[in-house]
Structures are given as structure tokens and as C-alpha cells.
Design a protein around this ligand. Sequence first.
Ligand SMILES: Nc1nc2c(c(=O)[nH]1)N[C@H]1C(S)=C(S)[C@@H](COP(=O)(O)OP(=O)(O)OC[C@H]3O[C@@H](n4cnc5c(=O)[nH]c(N)nc54)[C@H](O)[C@@H]3O)O[C@H]1N2
Ligand SMILES: Nc1nc2c(c(=O)[nH]1)N[C@H]1C(S)=C(S)[C@@H](COP(=O)(O)OP(=O)(O)OC[C@H]3O[C@@H](n4cnc5c(=O)[nH]c(N)nc54)[C@H](O)[C@@H]3O)O[C@H]1N2
Ligand code: SF4
Ligand SMILES: [Mo]
Length: 676
Amino acid sequence: MSRFEDYKMTRHICPRNCYGACGMVAYTKNGVLENIKGDPDHEFTKGRICPKGYNYIKRVYHQDRIKYPLLQEKRGSGKWKRITWEYAIDVITDKILELHARFESNLSICLNKYSGNMGVLHNSVEVLFSSLGGTTRVVGDPCWSAGADAQYYDFGNHETSDPTDMQYSKLIILWGANPAWTAVHNLPYIYKAQENGAKVIVIDPVRTTTAKKADIYIQIKPGGDGALALAIAKILIESKSYNQQFIKQYVNGWEEYKSYVSSLDLNILSEDSGISLIVINELAKLIGSVTPMFIWIGFGMQRHTNGGQNIRAINALAALTGNIGSRGSGVNYAHNPYGYFNSTSKLTNEKDRQIDINEFSTAIQNEKDPPLKFLWVSCRNFMSQDPQNQKIQSALKNLEMIVTVDHFLTPTALQSDIVLPATTHFEEEDIVPAYWHHYIGINQKAIEPYFQSKSDLEIAKLLSSSLNKKVSGFCQFPTYSTTSDFIEKEFNERLYQSLSIDHWRELEKKPRRLNVSKTARENLVFQTPSQKFELYSETAKTDGHTPIVKYIKGLTPNIEYPFWLLTTHSLEGLNSQFREEGDEPHLFVDSIVLKQKQIEDGSMVILYNELGEIQVKVSSSNDLAPDILLFYQGWYPKSGIHINSLVPGYQTDMGKASTGARGIAFHDTFVNIKKS
Ligand SMILES: Nc1nc2c(c(=O)[nH]1)N[C@H]1C(S)=C(S)[C@@H](COP(=O)(O)OP(=O)(O)OC[C@H]3O[C@@H](n4cnc5c(=O)[nH]c(N)nc54)[C@H](O)[C@@H]3O)O[C@H]1N2
Ligand SMILES: Nc1nc2c(c(=O)[nH]1)N[C@H]1C(S)=C(S)[C@@H](COP(=O)(O)OP(=O)(O)OC[C@H]3O[C@@H](n4cnc5c(=O)[nH]c(N)nc54)[C@H](O)[C@@H]3O)O[C@H]1N2
Ligand code: SF4
Ligand SMILES: [Mo]
């Protein structure tokens, strides 16, 4: 520490949409951020951050960061002009007021926001829009929807065990999750369990870095998880290897479920999952006999048209074997910590018009009463992250003004009229929760905003004040408060009690854990209507699904497009963030397929389907089945490659109950390749 004696030290939480939500400390001298380390006082991330975390100094002072508000002469022209904040806010204010006068409401104004920064004060963007009365909101979620609903129907809520609970498990199943890359802090607990004799199974179509660390790797067909889980269930039922006592006491709908599963054909399930009956039997033997079993369901595996049903099928395995509520067991997906904060109730307005995230581009064109004319984009890079970005781009032409707030001129910013520079989490105060572990921490202000950048909160205040100056009472968003006041207003007695603190400033000493049980659902009282785990869910039925799990075969490749294109999350990127100009995208192809097609490793190929084509460099891989191609999603600046232009974006089966719209089946994408 002595090396940093004359430095100012501040605490931070990495606010990316990442399992880690890592604690970090920043060292600043003469107003310059000079060093970033993991926060040793964060009791879960324990002083460790990933290479992206260490990269922040470079990112904060990156030459390409937006310094000033910018106006694009003509949208898409690339001719940017520096403007003042006063001018930018004035132009935006006039547009909003003019549209309000034209349509007699604010419904022509649309907000598209997501996960660029998960800090609680970034909710002020939604609260700003709610303060305008009804506006149009893009609802739904590109990330976790289908799985979130499956958890909700079966368990009644979203709850996870403390990740450290994994160390007590004897059987860990990492089901479509790649924590070695996306959630690295969990590995010590997985290793500890292994040292204590636990078996670790990874189920993934790709032999990932995580799979290579497992005891058993199951190379499943994409979308085949429901088939596998139901086959296992059938074997457990037939061999009576289930926990009768647990089922009787804590499970609703056993008879219906049992008779449905018994009617399924094992050979078909084996065929559809791509896993032989011998292996399925072995898995069933382990699952039926080893306890506690900890299942970690990743987000990756639910990005299929049958993703929700597949997860219901997996959840059932835990219920059947009684692996819920005891240390080292459970089905762990994600929890939602935002409900603890006061702004949650203000994120939407009852007069809002909702447009489904899956219908964004069509809504821009088709909404009539009133039509969409203005778009505000915050913490969002849909031109890189959403399916069929070419369709979105052409729909945007219908809009009269697009404003994007970001750090960089992203593909989305490039389609905007006005771009406003955002501060990073070293330049603003905030509170950041986590969706995997249960720690909440503070972002202190380490440095002054980079050039003229402002936080989303400051921008909301500016806009509110400007609107009210022109039309008194137009916007209810408070303008007089300081950032600390806003943080103060987010807290309440329940949150303070849960964190065992009297004031949020105590988070300056260290991040605090919510006082939730280390083992999820310990009391085995479920928040479902029956208060039991629901193999049979009346709620699912009301929402138009089958009340018990239904086997739905996943989509499969065809003669014209014989490959699945999986576009998963990379080690180096975080969705569309962190990639550098020089980072070259690769398409990974099975080595035998490359040989058969006489395509050389490292050469350029054309990757194509009915939506278009992309030229990309191939890399030979021995980790893929022959019918799988792998590309790490995200924005590769200057490469011109937008992989999602080939992603049709079918809807997942579930998602509406938890997130307002069904999810996006990114991985049900089929393509072909040919020599370039
Ligand atoms: N093909 C394919 N596509 C996918 C996925 C996939 O697996 N495959 N995964 C999906 C998933 S899981 C997700 S979560 C989505 C993510 O989709 P998005 O949320 O759209 O993407 P991000 O890259 O997380 O962040 C969006 C932008 O927020 C900006 N940003 C960062 N901090 C701030 C801030 O403080 N203020 C403002 N205003 N902006 C900020 C970043 O610079 C970035 O440009 O992508 C989805 N897209
Ligand atoms: N380094 C890094 N960390 C991240 C992110 C990142 O981009 N980079 N993103 C963050 C975000 S927003 C998210 S949502 C999470 C994502 O975290 P994860 O869910 O761990 O990651 P994904 O890459 O989306 O998917 C995990 C695995 O699912 C597999 N998969 C795909 N289809 C199927 C299937 O049908 N069945 C099975 N069993 N497996 C399948 C993929 O091959 C992949 O290896 O990570 C977060 N953390
Ligand atoms: S990107 Fe994820 S793992 Fe890396 S520092 Fe941020 S929260 Fe931690
Ligand atoms: Mo995500």
C-alpha cells in the first residue's frame, strides 16, 4: 500500500452487466486515475478483477472517448460537429415540446435502455421518462427472460444461494454456463468442492474453458437440454430414484408430471439431445444418488425458442431429488436486487405505451397513434447487440430525432443525430448491486468527468430543468437535489436493515452483503400460489403455457443452412464493450469440417444465411461438434462486422411474466460457409 500513500483512494463496483460486480479501488493523484486494483475488502470478489477491470484506465482516457456533445449533420453521414451542452439540451427540449404539442401526449417519445451501466442511479433515465407522464418504452430484455419465467413459474421468485455455497456440494452441474470466462470468481468454490470429492458436470455444445475443468463434459445439441433433463427424469421415475418424502411435502403436481414424463419416448429424447442412452443413464445414476446437487443454469442455454421449457425440465430434477433448500444444493440462475431500491416503483408510468423488444423495428414503423418520432438511447447498443440490426437501421429513418448517451461512437451512436458523452463509474457517485452474489457497494467519485461528459443522472436533471423552464411543470423529475440526495432517496429501512448499516455512506468502508440466507429457499416455503415447488403451475397456464413442463424439440439446421451459429460471450469483451480497434473477430469451425471443405485455417470465408453475408477469418477448433460454428458476440470497432445481422431473433417461449416480453433466441441461428 505504501506505494500509494500520497494517492487518493476511492471504492468502486464494476457496473457492467456481469456476474462479477467486482469491488475495485482506484488510486488518483493530481486528479488523474493512475491505478486500479481489486478491492480486498469485497468479501466475495476478494481483491480480484478480470483483465477488463484492469483495462479501465485505458478506457477512461481512451482517445476515442466522446469528449463533447456532438451533432451529426445528417444521420449516418459521419460528419460530426461539436456543440455545447446548452445547445444540445435546448434542441432536444424544443423537439420534445414540439412533439407534445403535435400529438398532445409524450407517446411519440421512446426510450430504449439496457445494461451498459447497472448502477442504481442510472435508473434516473427511466424515472425521467416516467416523470413526463406516458411515454413509449421498449420492454423486454435481451438477456435472461426465458429462464427468469421458468424460475418464476416453478419456484415463485428469483433467488440464488450465496455462490460460496457451491463448495459444500457433491455434484455441481454447470448447465449452459461458462463461468471460467463470464463469472471467474466462482471457480475457487467449484475447485474446493472438487477437492472435497464433488463431481463437476458441464453441459454445453461447446467444449469451453469451463468444460475443460470439469470431471464430466456433455456435448449437448443446442436446444436439447429439455430432452436430456426429461430423459433423466424418466429414468429416475422408472427406477424410483426420487425423493418421495420431499415430493410429498414440497412439490405440487407430481402425478400430472409423472404421467406426462412417463409417456415420453427415451429414444427420441436421446436422439434430440444428441446424448446416448448409456450416458443419460450414467447421468441419471449420479443425479439420483449424489446429494447435495448444485445446478447453475447459465444465461446462454435459454437463448433458444424452447429455452423456458428446457429450464422447467431442469428445475424439476432438483425437485424430484429433493435438492432444494439444503446447503450446497438448489437451482441457481440469478436474483433481482433492484427491488430493494426506492426507484423501482418509478421506473414505469401507468400511461406508458409498451413496445416489445422483439418488435422494436416494426413498432418504429407501424405505431400510429401517435407514431414514434423521438428516441432516447442510454446504456444500450442495439445496433450491435440486437438481432437484425439492418432492419433496425432502416426503421430508424422514420424517427425525427435520435439522442444517444454513451462513452464511445458505437454503431448505435453512429445512427443518432445527437450524441451526449457519459461519465464512467470513476467520474460519478453511484450504488451498484449484483445479480449473482449479494453484495452492494458504492462508486465514489475518483476523478472529475472526462472533458464535458456527464452522468445519466446529471443529464436527466438538465433536461428536466430545461423542459420546465420552457413549460412550467412539464417534467416532474427533481432538479434541485445533489447526487448524494438521490442516493439517499434510494435507500429505505428494509435495505439498511438488510445491509446492517445505518447510512449508505458506510459503504465507503466496504461493500455489504444483503442479509439473505446463504442457501436459497432454506425454509422450503415457496412464493408460488401453492407455496410449493410447482411442477404444475396454474400461473404458467394463465399465461398461456402448459401448466406442467412440455417437451419442445429445439430448432435444427437444414440442408441449405446446415450449421448452428452460436454467438456466445467472450473472455475479452463484455457484450459490446471493451473490444479494441485491432481486435480481430474469428469464426471458429470444427477442424475436420475445415479439412473437408478445403478451407485453410486463418483464411477468409463467407458466412451467410437468408439475412445476408459476412466475410470473416476462420479459426480451426477441436472443441466443436461438426454442425456448430462459434463466434464471440459484441462490437469489434472498425471491423465492420455485425454478427447479429445474421441472427433472425426468434422469440423464446417465455419471458413476458418477468420482463414484459419474451426473450431472444440468439442461438437459434442457422448459417452456411463458403470459401471467400
Ligand atoms: N448474438 C448475441 N447477441 C447478444 C447476446 C448473445 O449472447 N449473442 N447477449 C445479449 C445479452 S445477454 C445482453 S445483456 C445484451 C447487452 O446489450 P446492451 O445492453 O445493448 O449492450 P452493452 O454492451 O452491455 O452496453 C450498451 C452500451 O452502454 C454504454 N454505457 C456504458 N456505461 C454507460 C453509462 O454510464 N451511461 C450510458 N448512457 N451508456 C453507458 C456502453 O458503452 C455500450 O455502448 O446483448 C445481447 N446480445
Ligand atoms: N467475460 C465476460 N463476462 C460476462 C459477459 C461477457 O460478455 N464477457 N457478459 C455478461 C452477461 S450480460 C451475461 S448474460 C453473462 C452470460 O454468461 P453465460 O451464460 O456463462 O455465457 P454465454 O456465453 O451466454 O453462454 C454460456 C454457454 O451456453 C452455451 N449454450 C448455448 N446454447 C446452449 C444450449 O442449448 N444448451 C446448453 N447446455 N448450453 C448452451 C454456450 O455454448 C456457452 O458456452 O455473462 C456476463 N459476464
Ligand atoms: S467485467 Fe466483470 S469480472 Fe471484470 S471487473 Fe467488471 S465485474 Fe469484474
Ligand atoms: Mo446479459
